[in-house]
Design a protein around this ligand. Structure first.
Ligand code: GDP
Length: 402
């Protein structure tokens, strides 16, 4: 009995010692590495007696047992710092290459231009090319907004060549019409968008046009065209008149990694344009594109506004391009706009938007005649890469169809 009591006492002492060791061991773990190790000196109790064993093992055996218990380090709970995941930088778009875009979009162009090219071919293929037929040819051209003078010139030349040709095969007619339309659209213009005037400064392009024509969209798409061609771009949101125009432009810029310089709604467009070019110079950007407001409130108002933008931009260096955006679906109205803008600023190139939605592709011819400057880009849809460099051959081929 005495032995049993002794065993229980020893067991209790052992439990106390073990828990003391564990606590001490935890504390040790929490100390800095330089802290002196705590060396608890504990006389360990013997292990629980097992059936058939002597209740009280010798003291040194008991110590060995407790040392074995003590050996494994108590688990140390190290709290991991909570790391908030970094907000992922939005993945940049990779715009489509610009070469051959017009060919890619040809089907879209052809669909909307059918009435012009196909209509002309059908009429010219008639056995009897009488006066009525020539009048129909003339009407077809006028309806497609080719304009009066260019229409008369074309009909004149077609008449002459058909007469010389005598009998006509469909292939001959197609070739003839293709040549004459190409002649009308013009193959001599330099249609490249110029952006390389400055040696150390970015090229500066100002985009003008009546609101609603697709000006901001075109500026955004043009940024993509330039990025696709390996240029770096800064955007200037100088259309402070239309609510959300700056947001819209910035969204376009963000998608291709182009910074957008903007100001408050209703702010001074000229100072934003100035800052945008300044930013472009500071960044070492290749091109600065400036979107402007196109309010046709009064011609003087427009002139004041665009003139000022132009003047302040030119404090940094010459402007490379002033692109006029025209909505191809507006027909003659577009020509009126073109005239007004041309009086206010020197237009160097035309962007014809929404050609995908109209059969009035003849406006290409009319507006070039009107302003004496080339169509450089055409918009063929609302998709991000639906802006194509204008190529006369691809355009005329689309007009005539296969
Ligand atoms: P802004 O007021 O002149 O800046 O006009 P926006 O750039 O806001 O464009 C007006 C509308 O025209 C938008 O819905 C554009 O998506 C649309 N748009 C622009 N270009 C084209 C184009 O080439 N084809 C078609 N179908 N829509 C276009």
């Amino acid at each position: 009995m005495d032995i049993l009591i002794l065993a229980v006492v020893i067991a209790l002492v052992a439990v106390g010692a073990i828990s003391g060791l564990v606590v001490s061991s935890r504390k040790k773990k929490q100390l800095p590495p330089s802290a002196p190790p705590s060396t608890p000196t504990i006389t360990a109790p013997p292990a629980e007696p097992q059936v058939g064993e002597d209740a009280a093992p010798p003291k040194d055996e008991a110590r060995r047992t407790i040392e074995e218990v003590e050996l494994p380090d108590a688990p140390v709970v190290v709290e991991e710092p909570v790391v908030e995941p970094e907000p992922e930088a939005p993945a940049l778009d990779v715009p489509e290459p610009t070469a051959g875009r017009l060919v890619r979009l040809r089907a879209r162009l052809a669909r909307s231009q059918n009435s012009l090219g196909k209509g002309l071919l059908t009429l010219l293929s008639r056995d009897n090319l009488d006066e009525d037929t020539w009048e129909e040819i003339e009407d077809t051209l006028l309806t497609a907004d080719v304009g009066v003078a260019p229409t008369q010139e074309l009909v004149e030349r077609l008449r002459e060549r058909v007469r010389v040709l005598g009998t006509r095969t469909p292939d001959e007619l197609r070739t003839l019409l293709r040549e004459e339309l190409l002649n009308l659209v013009g193959t001599d213009f330099d249609r490249a968008v110029k952006t390389e005037s400055g040696v150390d400064t970015p090229g500066v392009v100002m985009v003008v046009g009546v609101n609603g024509t697709g000006k901001t969209t075109t500026t955004g798409k043009l940024a993509r065209v330039l990025v696709a061609d390996g240029r770096s771009v800064v955007l200037g949101a100088a259309d402070t008149f239309r609510a959300a125009a700056a947001d819209q432009l910035q969204t376009w810029g963000d998608r291709v990694g182009a910074r957008t310089v903007r100001g408050p709604e209703g702010g001074d467009p000229a100072s934003i344009a100035f800052d945008a070019v300044k930013e472009g110079i500071a960044e070492g950007a290749d091109v600065v594109l400036i979107d402007t407001a196109g309010r046709l409130h009064t011609k003087t108002g427009l002139m004041d506004e665009l003139g000022k933008v132009k003047r302040v931009v030119e404090k940094h260096g010459p402007l490379d391009e002033v692109l006029l955006v025209l909505d191809a679906t507006t027909g003659q109205n577009g020509l009126v706009q073109a005239r007004v803008f041309a009086e206010v600023v020197d237009i160097t190139g035309i962007v014809l938007t929404k050609l995908d939605g109209t059969a009035k592709g003849g406006i290409v011819v009319a507006v070039q005649r009107e302003l004496g400057v080339p169509v450089k880009l055409v918009g063929l849809g609302e998709g991000a890469d639906d802006l194509a460099p204008f190529e006369p051959e691809a355009f005329v081929d689309a007009l005539i169809g296969d």
